[in-house]
Design a protein around this ligand. Sequence first.
Ligand SMILES: *Cc1c(COP(=O)(O)O)cnc(C)c1O
Length: 470
Amino acid sequence: MDRTCISSPPFFFFFQRAIHKTFHSTLSINLLYISFITMPDIQLLTRDVNGPNTAPIKPRVERQWNIKAAPAVARSRNPIRETLASITANPPSTSATLINLGLGDPTHYPLAAPPPAATTAVRDALESERSNGYVLGAGTIEARQAVADYHKKWDNVDYTVDSIVLTHGVGHAIDMIFSILCPHGDSKANVLLPRPGFSQYSSLLASFGTDIRYYDCIEEKNWEVDVEMIDSLCDENTKALVIINPSNPCGSNYSRESLQKIVAVAEKNKVVVIADEIYGHMTWDGAFTPLAALSDSVPILTLSGLSKRFLLPGWRFGWICLHDPLSVAGDIKRGMATSGNRFMGPSSLTQKALPEILATPGSWFDEVTAKIETNAKIMYNAIQATPGISTNFPSGALYMLVRIDPKILPQLADDVAFATALYREEAVFALPGICFEAPGYVRLVLGAPADIMSEVAERLRAFCERHARV
Ligand SMILES: *Cc1c(COP(=O)(O)O)cnc(C)c1O
């Protein structure tokens, strides 16, 4: 478009009239105007219309560059990335192959191939060339219906399409919920997080300036939630309670009874629950109970996606489902709809393929879960015979949290020291507990093939025997 030509006001007027004549519907005219306004040329045009000569002439002041990030940037830290840099600062002193049990990425080794439908359905969507356009901000109706069907099939919970929004992974879902619930910079607003827990929650909350209150998960009770502590931490400014089940990093799968107690304490305090169920149904020692299935009053925001159970973390695909039996969370629902429009949802190709991906049969998941269970047994049995470390047998997710006994391993009681020495002496990379608010522990990812897990078990035993004070 020639800018000098259409910049003149009479032409612009003529242009508007022409559009009105061509399109007799105001809707299409508005749409046309909106799309023109977002075009850079027309933005210049609207400024030019006023005329550059009408502004008073100011003396020209030499400006200096002065670019500063908002305070939120400094507040937002990622402890995992920071610790990773410090542990790997010096290379291993052994020639043994490096084994990485640090990052919770099931594709690293990989644990298994992704569901076959994921590959074929996305390829079909790509080759059809009919799924390349923008879709609804919250996601296509078909894709959201597929999410509703999935949770009906696996959780026996009914979600309506308008209470579901698709996101760029669960990380984006968490950010979206906090942006709906937590006023920026309001330090009175608080959110309750599990300790040990997944650090992305605290990183995001820090950027909002929201107060973080940790409640304990109790090791002696198989990492069950301390419900009394939740009760004592809630106040009128509590915006949400976060429950991660099955747990990263504990590898625990909460019992139905303890989940019922969580719903009861949320009901008593009238607090919304964020149920991070990205590892939902990835259990082997007892069935998984979805939190929403237990609530007939408390609003539950269920988070899930393709990153863990479907072994597709790089696809950046997740969702939020709102379960609101008493319809008290209408504001959240509206917030979800507007937030969805800010980023126009995840990839149209994955959305198109979603019904087929989510229809993956139970037998495929069983095979993957059986592999994780085998790994859990290998590590658990080895740790029983290793001095200075102990663990609970995990029952879900992809992790094992290992406790360091400071009496037997005094020089390695600090978890960063432990992880650093393990990396240096045995070429095994694992994340120290401080990344999960669990100092004195180390987290192992159970996502490598069984022979590699056995190798880790051997190196771990040699390492602890060498350092143990007997
Ligand atoms: C991995 C993980 C996520 C992140 O999921 P993405 O969909 O990859 O963003 C969320 N919550 C927990 C507890 C996780 O372990």
